[in-house]
Design a protein around this ligand. Structure first.
Ligand SMILES: [Zn+2]
Length: 108
């Protein structure tokens, strides 16, 4: 979706640039009337909007991917960005870690 929008926007901008160059080169030619500057401007704005929309969509797709990837290692429940475990499993992991340090203290 995002790559299609980006490609379409870039193609439109490229087309506008080509038409602009043609217009500047053949100012006397009869077909130049078809590519009025106002129309080229509109097309350029449309292309720019498509590119921006494509970038926004791409960022959103990337964000969605991050969200779906972030799940608790143990129970696969969806969790916050940057977390490894859900609240319940984080607690159990921390208490297990706590026991470990207590054990080493006892061994000393
Ligand atoms: Zn969990």
């Amino acid at each position: 979706m995002s790559s299609t929008l980006l490609r379409l926007g870039l193609w439109i901008i490229l087309l506008v640039v080509i038409l602009y160059v043609l217009q500047q080169t053949y100012e006397e030619a009869p077909f130049v009337d078809y590519f009025a500057p106002a129309m080229l401007e509109k097309a350029l704005v449309l292309g720019g909007l498509l590119v921006i929309a494509g970038i926004v969509f791409r960022l959103m797709e990337r964000g969605a991917k991050v969200v779906t990837k972030n799940r608790c290692v143990t129970c696969k429940a969806p969790i916050d960005k940057g977390a490894i475990y859900c609240r319940q499993h984080l607690r159990s992991v921390l208490s297990r870690e706590d026991d470990r340090t207590h054990m080493t203290r006892v061994r000393k």
